[in-house]
Design a protein around this ligand. Structure first.
Ligand SMILES: Cc1ncc(COP(=O)(O)O)c(C=O)c1O
Length: 420
């Protein structure tokens, strides 16, 4: 390998080097509150950018289509065993490239094309791979969607049951991307049993809370559980599928060769590292603080007059109705971005606006909790969010909020020692 091959990105590609520098600065000088994002540990990042990116290892540990997988097998087996321990799962597949892929693989393993599925409505906290018409899921399967209660915005399990009795799904999906309350997996399973359906939990958002003991575990109630690894769980981008042992063979085949080729071995190994970190006692504190921070944020927002879906939160996210400020989610997201508070526009239940400019924003605490911020800061951020939205056309006020954000950020080191 010659010198040119061994250059760092600063020499090899100054354009991409600048992207890294600017992204690091953006992170350092902003408050990351996108509920589906988090910061990985240095160790997870190190392994994601490691020599394992070079390997091909189609198949499963001990049964590969390529030679030279003796070390990759160690990593994949560690990831599997740790995930089993973390979630009390009988079977785990750590190869899915993403949450969407994991959901697709689970559907392919459990169902025939065109089968009926019951899942949460997209504008009530559901998501694309839970049957949206623009997504493969909505095209390949016959989805019906359950909704939250119009007054309380809570899921009402009696309503879900009635819906299930009507549509007789083969699969019920319990999971969300924007529901701020606890899911009752036991009640979902009772409904599934009553209508002869399987239960799949998609815990992508709450996996870290489940791992840290801050949200009930979907096992043993769910037959199959999918999750991304990069949200509250704080691992590399990717996903896993877990299940009762009896579904293992079908799920393995659906992942490989059904859907994927070679696994991303660098990511699989980084998942193993993240699971080890999540098994450590400090992760329980992290999960707890993530929830406490979300509650403090919700309280502060409400004290400053904000309208919050369900009047609070049980988990890591808050869903805020921004219509009282005379704007749509698109403007809200961009004005908050301008002051350095990163959120995302989001539908609220029974939203009358379009998903491209909905009536809400979703605000989450996983990343800032990793960075070390606590409830005091969350209270201050709640005030800053309201101040920003109320004064969205007042440049002077926005500049003052930006200064407060920068001051807060400077108190919390961001990847200290990481330089590009
Ligand atoms: C609950 C849930 N499942 C699956 C996904 C899809 O994950 P990915 O973006 O890795 O495809 C998301 C995305 O945010 C999600 O919120």
């Amino acid at each position: 390998m010659d010198d040119a091959f061994m250059r760092s990105v600063s020499d090899a590609d100054p354009d991409i080097h600048q992207v890294l520098i600017k992204e690091l600065k953006r992170g350092k000088e902003g408050l990351e509150m996108i509920a589906s994002e988090n910061y990985t540990s240095k160790a997870v990042m190190e392994v994601t950018g490691s020599v394992l990116t070079n390997k091909y290892s189609e198949g499963y540990p001990g049964k590969r289509y390529y030679s030279g997988n003796e070390f990759v097998d160690i990593a994949e087996n560690l990831a599997i065993e740790r995930a089993k321990q973390l979630f009390n799962a009988e079977y785990v597949n750590v190869q899915p490239h993403s949450g969407s892929t994991a959901n697709m693989e689970a559907y392919f393993a459990l169902l025939e094309l065109g089968d009926p599925i019951l899942a949460m409505s997209l504008d009530h906290g559901g998501l694309l791979t839970h049957g949206h018409f623009v997504n493969f899921s909505g095209k390949f399967y016959k989805f019906s969607h359950y909704a939250v209660d119009e007054q309380t915005h809570y899921l009402d399990m009696d309503t879900v049951r009635k819906h299930a009795l009507e549509v007789k799904p083969k699969l019920i999906v319990a999971g969300f991307s924007a529901y701020p309350r606890e899911l009752d997996f036991k009640a979902f399973r009772e409904i599934a049993d009553e209508v002869g359906a399987l239960l799949m939990a998609d815990i992508a958002h709450i996996a870290g809370l489940v791992a840290g003991g801050e949200h009930p575990n979907p096992f043993p109630h769910a037959h199959v559980v999918t999750t991304t690894t990069h949200k509250t769980l704080r691992g590399p981008r990717g996903a896993i599928i877990m299940a009762h042992e009896e579904f293992g063979k079908k799920l393995n085949s659906a992942v490989f060769p059904g859907m994927q080729g070679g696994p991303l071995d660098h990511v699989v190994a980084a998942k193993a590292v993240a699971f080890k970190e999540a098994l450590e006692p400090e992760f329980k504190n992290y999960a707890r603080q993530t929830r406490l921070n979300a509650s403090a944020l919700a309280e502060s927002l409400m004290e400053h007059g904000a309208k919050i879906s369900t009047d609070g939160t049980d988990n890591h996210l808050v869903l805020m109705d921004i219509s009282p400020y005379g704007m749509g989610g698109k403007v809200a997201e961009s004005v908050l971005d301008k002051v350095g508070i990163f959120t995302n526009k989001n539908m609220i239940p029974f939203d009358t606006r379009s998903p491209f400019d909905p009536s809400g924003i979703r605000i989450g605490t996983p990343a800032l909790t990793t960075r070390g911020l606590g409830t005091l800061e969350m209270r201050e951020i709640g005030e800053l969010i309201v101040k920003t939205l109320q004064n969205h056309e007042n440049e002077q006020q926005l500049a003052s909020v930006r200064d407060q954000v920068l001051a807060m950020c400077s108190n919390y080191p961001f990847y200290p020692g990481l330089n590009y």
